[in-house]
Design a protein around this ligand. Structure first.
Ligand SMILES: Nc1ncnc2c1ncn2[C@@H]1O[C@H](COP(=O)(O)OP(=O)(O)OP(=O)(O)O)[C@@H](O)[C@H]1O
Ligand SMILES: [Mg+2]
Length: 135
C-alpha cells in the first residue's frame, strides 16, 4: 500500500472484511476488524510513504498487523489520546484529523500494541478474540 494514495484508501478494509466473511469469521469480529483496518490504513496513507497490512486468521483470534516505513510516532501515549492530531490542513479539509483513529482502533480491538521508532516506522498489532462458543 502506498502513502498518500487517497483514491484507493479504504480498499484494504473492504477486502479484509470480504475475506473474513468468506472464511466464516463471526460478523461482530468482521465488523470490528473492518473499522480498525480502515483507521490503520488511513493513517498509513496520511502519515507515511507506504506500508503493509497483514491479516492473520486463527481458530481463536484474528490479527491485523500494520507496518510502515514512516516517520514514527514521537509520543505514543499522546497519540493515543482522543483529539490529538498532527493531520495537515489538506487532510482536515477532507474530513480527517479528528484525532479519533487510534482511540477508535483501541475501542474496537481486544488488544492494540503500538511500537514505533523515530525515522524508521511504526508497527501496530490489533487482536480480535473469536467467541465462537457464544455465537
Ligand atoms: N502510522 C503512523 N505514523 C506516524 N504517525 C502516526 C501514524 N498513525 C498515527 N500517527 C500520529 O498519531 C496522530 C493521531 O492519530 P489518529 O488516527 O488517532 O488521529 P488522526 O489521524 O490525526 O485523525 P483521524 O484518525 O480522526 O482522522 C496522528 O495525527 C499522527 O500524528
Ligand atoms: Mg487517523
Amino acid at each position: 500500500m502506498v502513502g498518500l494514495d487517497l483514491e484507493r484508501a479504504g480498499q484494504v478494509s473492504t477486502e479484509v472484511q470480504r475475506v473474513l466473511r468468506k472464511l466464516g469469521v463471526e460478523p461482530e469480529v468482521v465488523r470490528r476488524a473492518g473499522i480498525v483496518c480502515f483507521e490503520g490504513e488511513m493513517n498509513i496513507v496520511l502519515y507515511t510513504p507506504g506500508g503493509r497490512i497483514i491479516l492473520l486468521v486463527y481458530d481463536d483470534r484474528v490479527e491485523l498487523i500494520f507496518s510502515d516505513q514512516g516517520p514514527g510516532i514521537p509520543d505514543i501515549e499522546l497519540a493515543r489520546q482522543p483529539g490529538y492530531s498532527t493531520a495537515p490542513d489538506w487532510a482536515r479539509e477532507l474530513g480527517f484529523g479528528s484525532g479519533m483513529g487510534l482511540p477508535n482502533m483501541e475501542a474496537n480491538a481486544d488488544r492494540l500494541e503500538i511500537r514505533s521508532r523515530l525515522g524508521e516506522g511504526t508497527v501496530i498489532r490489533a487482536t480480535f478474540f473469536r467467541r465462537r462458543d457464544e455465537a
